[in-house]
Design a protein around this ligand. Structure first.
Ligand SMILES: [Zn+2]
Length: 314
């Protein structure tokens, strides 16, 4: 049985933006289901298809976890909660109120990405009934048909970020705090991972602490939302922490540029092309930037927000 091999964990491609960019994870314990992440509302048919494949129905979904409320993780929450009528939404205390009233969240995302993009990707965000929300304080434990799932507060990428520990499988769903590793950038099965320093709560020290917390829990695997199961955790953790420090150094070196975002973006691109090449990935710069270009633009924006609140510019 496939179930015995993967502990009832299924990685669903949400098809958010492109293939294998953002995952929704499905955990099955007996006839009960937990979902982790919701991508956007357009991802719902892929989740329903996966449920059907296993003979499961909408009412079997008991919990929907969000690692954090950035919209590539939480954009589909309203639509999912409407579809899965028996589910509770499990979300960080700093994210819960934005799920109840998404107007401020929507306005913030429009400010970064523009109205057209937000309308196309997410439609109108639906508010969620507060009675169906479980506020996941650090250490909150959820029981999925006897299977223990524990939320841990893990700031650094966002201040509303939890990881979810699956005690039965001894794996962690890391959202964006353990970096991003796209399948396009793999060599002989080894993943190339890099940090996500998205606006507006990137904090390098907290990011390193959260990476250390994950490693201290000694998981057998970490599931990245972008994208999928990783097992070479010691190497990934080392490289992520090294890159966080390099990103910060790059940001500091660009602090006096006329256009700081563009300057950091260009330096990040150059740095990443060199890292990818050192890792042994044989792709043209255009192809590589086609995969990670948008991430570098967003990372540059996040680093500028961090610079503004942490570095005195004289
Ligand atoms: Zn994020």
């Amino acid at each position: 049985m496939q179930d015995n091999l993967n502990n009832g964990i299924y990685t669903i491609d949400s098809h958010y933006a492109r293939e294998q960019l953002a995952a929704v994870f499905m955990l099955v314990e007996g006839n009960q289901v937990a979902l982790i992440e919701t991508a956007n509302a357009k991802s719902l048919p892929y989740v329903k298809a996966e449920l059907a494949k296993h003979g499961l129905q909408a009412q079997d979904v008991k919990y929907i976890f969000l690692t954090h409320i950035h919209l590539d993780h939480a954009g589909g929450a309203g639509a999912y909660m409407t579809e899965f009528t028996q589910a509770k939404l499990v979300v960080h205390p700093k994210g819960a109120r934005h799920m109840i009233n998404p107007a401020k969240l929507e306005a913030g995302v429009i400010a970064v990405y523009g109205e057209k993009f937000v309308a196309e990707m997410y439609g109108k965000l639906e508010s969620i009934d507060p009675e169906r929300i479980i506020v996941a304080e650090d250490g909150l434990e959820v029981d999925l048909n006897g299977r223990r799932l524990i939320c841990r507060d893990t700031p650094g990428h966002a201040n509303h970020h939890n990881i979810i520990i699956d005690c039965k499988a001894n794996v962690i769903f890391s959202g964006d705090i353990f970096g991003v590793a796209y399948p396009e950038l793999m060599v002989n099965g080894a993943a190339f991972a890099f940090p996500a320093t998205t606006p507006v709560n990137f904090d390098p020290q907290k990011m390193e602490c959260s990476i250390d917390l994950i490693m201290s829990l000694k998981p057998d695997a970490v599931y990245l939302t972008h994208f999928g199961r990783q097992t070479e955790l010691t190497r990934l953790a080392y490289d992520l922490k090294r890159m966080v420090r390099d990103y910060v150094q790059i940001a500091l070196e660009c602090v006096n540029a006329d256009d700081v975002v563009s300057a950091i973006n260009l330096c990040l691109q150059e740095y990443m092309l060199s890292e990818v090449s050192k890792f042994g990935i044989d792709l043209s710069p255009d192809k590589i930037l086609g995969v990670i270009g948008m991430d570098m633009q967003i990372n540059a924006q996040g680093l500028v927000v961090w610079l503004k609140s942490n570095v005195v510019n004289n």
